[in-house]
Write a protein that binds this ligand. Structure first.
Ligand code: FAD
Length: 293
């Protein structure tokens, strides 16, 4: 029977999935925006929602508290992200125990970015874990369902796409039940990743991450942080609208909607929306999707 609290099973057997990602806000005003968005998105009945883990392990309490509240006070299935950064294995065990006590059954296990930021050298915390695959095995051992990150154009520090695929295979072998990608910029990047994963035997559902362009500067900065460049076919549509924020936003939503349609046509098992704690853009894309998700 389908276990509706197991995201891996839901992605394999439960039909098309759609999910929303939130981050722990810094202040009371941000909290208000977050909970308003959560309640607005609840009516779309997502398959699950996820809450990120702040850089350097800084949001331990807030990530646990938000996922706990989602589990207790909403109808949605929450997943907590967890990273290796700044934690010994003992501390990681404590966070997993907190999550379990909060009724959380699903964890996205990540290495995290180096404390100096993406692209700077990585050194594991003494007494901690080196790679996401180690955290997958660690969390899996505590009986939780584990998801992992995947990268449509390869992780920024991976020496090759083949190495990147082998890393995903190592996470799968360690017990990962599903993967969610960094924001997808082109359908061919996503299908390329799925092909590479299949060719190395990483047989797990891979859900594409979606983030609409709502401002050119912020999107470009985010894409650069991931070691990539904005595709020219997107820039050609967005650049002429730089002086008209409303038109740029509308075009950004159109581009994201087209991407979602084509990803689903290409066989994606679902869509994972990076909401940035806002609900409007996600709801607009959702309403514009002609295919029932
Ligand atoms: P890994 O799989 O460990 O890979 C990290 C690097 O090490 C890669 O370059 C890989 O090629 C290399 N590598 C892995 N294994 C080996 C090995 N055995 N030998 C040699 N090299 C190896 N960050 C946060 O801080 N908090 C979050 O909540 C968060 N959520 C995310 C959600 C999603 C969906 C995604 C896609 C990313 C998220 N990130 C988050 C960012 C993520 O932590 C970074 O991208 C990080 O740099 C890589 O994490 P990973 O889990 O893929 O690490």
């Amino acid at each position: 029977m389908l276990d509706v609290s197991d995201i891996g099973q839901l992605l394999r057997e439960g039909g098309r999935s759609f999910s929303f990602e939130f981050f722990p806000p810094k202040d009371a005003e941000g909290e208000e925006v977050l909970w308003r968005s959560i309640s607005e998105l609840e009516s779309l009945h997502p398959t699950f929602v996820s809450v990120t883990y702040g850089a350097g392990g800084t949001t331990r309490e807030r990530t646990v508290a938000i996922t706990r509240r989602i589990a207790a006070q909403t109808s949605m299935l929450p997943m907590a992200h967890l990273t290796c950064v700044g934690h010994t294995t003992e501390e990681l065990g404590g966070v997993v125990e907190d999550l379990r006590r909060a009724g959380i059954h699903n964890v996205l296990a990540l290495r995290g970015d180096p404390p100096g930021g993406p692209g700077t050298p990585w050194a594991p915390t003494p007494g901690g874990l080196e790679y996401a695959a180690d955290l997958v095995a660690f969390v899996r051992d505590q009986g939780l369902t584990v998801g992992v990150a995947a990268f449509p154009e390869g992780h920024r520090d991976a020496p090759s796409l083949e190495h990147d695929a082998q890393v995903l295979k190592a996470k799968y072998d360690a017990g990962a039940a599903f993967a969610i990608t960094e924001m997808v910029l082109r359908v061919s990047d996503y299908t390329g990743l799925v092909g590479r994963a299949a060719s190395v035997g990483a047989n797990l559902p891979i859900v594409p991450g979606i983030m609409p362009i709502l401002g050119l500067g912020s999107m470009r900065a985010m894409v650069r942080l991931s070691g990539r460049e904005m595709p020219t076919e997107i820039l050609d549509r967005i650049r002429p609208l730089e002086d008209d924020p409303a038109a740029l936003r509308a075009e950004g939503i159109r581009i994201a909607t087209e991407l979602c349609e084509r990803l689903l046509e290409a066989g994606a098992p679902g869509l994972h929306f990076y909401t940035l704690n806002r609900s409007t853009a996600t709801r607009e894309i959702f309403a514009a999707l002609p295919v029932p998700v």
